[in-house]
Design a binder for this molecule. Structure first.
Ligand SMILES: [Zn+2]
Ligand SMILES: [Zn+2]
Length: 360
């Protein structure tokens, strides 16, 4: 995530913020150019954005209810921003607890969309009649009608209970997962969607099968087997997570999620100018400098060379604060081989120099 500063006072801004925490200056995010910028709002609801003063803007219609800080072009037919307009069905938001969950879900979704834009991936909305478009349902289950978080043909469904931290932790423990986050869910389900787009539609099924296995294997049988028997012993050699062992589609989605975690965290590290140079030993594998754009790296080796020392350092920092590891994984060489498939999918050869066009 690229860093932004308040133009008024120089304070560091977080991606989700609608106002500077130090001086109160209003902020809005321009999705087209990925800029968090100072804004001035007029009485009629129009907004002047300091970064793009010649264009007319409005705040997303969800700004008041859930603090969405994305801007919409003034006069756009849909008063919702590029992120909110991907929503289809929502749980009853008159229930205050649901509103708080929705806010957190949208924050995670906007971080996902930020990454998709940085990778220059197509983000078509089902609303625009795109059969391969994307849409989100954030739903509340009931006793007779449970809601399964998942993806089907571009529709990403998330059970809003995932935004309840106690419930999410209960699920994490029940499933024996090392971590469970809303952003992880968003990235994972988007992985299924982009498998359809980039692998299936993209004519790369054979390559995908060689890496992740044959996805024609019955998903229902695989699911049943996984929940009855769990992952095979020694799964860490071949899979990034236990869940990735369930079916080739899940293997891909988990590996994809891993790659997005890695790139976006490194990008934030690069923004802060982070480097790692431990004061014990002289093993160069413990040192890292992020002197490249993680969304547009020279090669995968660059990413991995920076990633492993950085996460070792941040895991140690977390433990000093009594927190669980930021990165509770230890990817094997085989897993990194699968990560390469995702890297090649998102960094097509020749795409690199031609498309570094987004404003810095
Ligand atoms: Zn400020
Ligand atoms: Zn919005």
């Amino acid at each position: 995530m690229k860093l932004s500063l308040c133009a008024g006072c120089g304070a560091l801004l977080q991606f989700e913020e609608s106002a500077c925490r130090r001086c109160g200056a209003l902020q809005g995010f321009i999705p087209g150019t990925l800029e968090l910028t100072a804004i001035a709002a007029a009485e009629d609801g129009t907004v002047v954005a300091a970064a793009r003063p010649d264009d007319g803007w409005r705040r997303c219609v969800n700004a008041g209810r859930i603090g969405c800080n994305w801007l919409v072009a003034d006069g756009a037919a849909d008063p919702r921003c590029d992120a909110c307009r991907l929503n289809r069905n929502l749980a009853d938001m008159a229930v205050p607890a649901n509103l708080a969950k929705w806010r957190d879900l949208e924050c995670a979704k906007r971080r996902l969309l930020y990454a998709l834009r940085r990778f220059r991936l197509p983000i078509a909305s089902k609303k625009d009649g795109e059969s391969r478009g994307l849409a989100f349902d954030f739903l509340e289950g009931s006793r007779g009608a449970p809601v399964m978080t998942g993806h089907a043909n571009g529709l990403i469904t998330v059970n809003v209970s995932e935004a309840d931290s106690a419930e999410r932790e209960r699920q994490r423990l029940a499933l024996g997962e090392p971590y469970r986050t809303l952003l992880g869910h968003m990235r994972h389900e988007a992985g299924h969607y982009y498998w359809d787009l980039l692998v299936d539609d993209g004519g790369r099924l054979d390559e995908s099968r060689a890496v992740f296995g044959d996805e024609r294997e019955s998903y229902g049988d695989a699911l049943k087997r996984y929940y009855e028997h769990g992952p095979k012993p020694g799964w860490e050699e071949e899979h990034v997570s236990a869940y990735a062992t369930m079916h080739p589609w899940e293997d891909f989605a988990e590996t994809w999620t891993h790659y997005l975690h890695m790139v976006d965290t490194l990008d934030t590290g690069a923004g802060f100018g982070l480097s790692v140079n431990p004061r014990v030993g002289e093993d160069p594998h413990h040192a890292a400098v992020i002197d490249f754009d993680p969304y547009d790296p020279p090669d995968l080796e660059c990413l991995v060379r920076a990633w492993l020392p950085l996460t070792a350092a941040v895991n140690s920092l977390n433990r000093s604060m009594g927190q669980p590891d930021l990165y509770p994984f230890d990817p094997s060489p085989n897993v990194l081989g699968k990560v390469r498939f995702v890297h090649d999918l998102l960094q097509p050869a020749g795409n690199r120099t031609a498309t570094s066009a987004l404003p810095a």
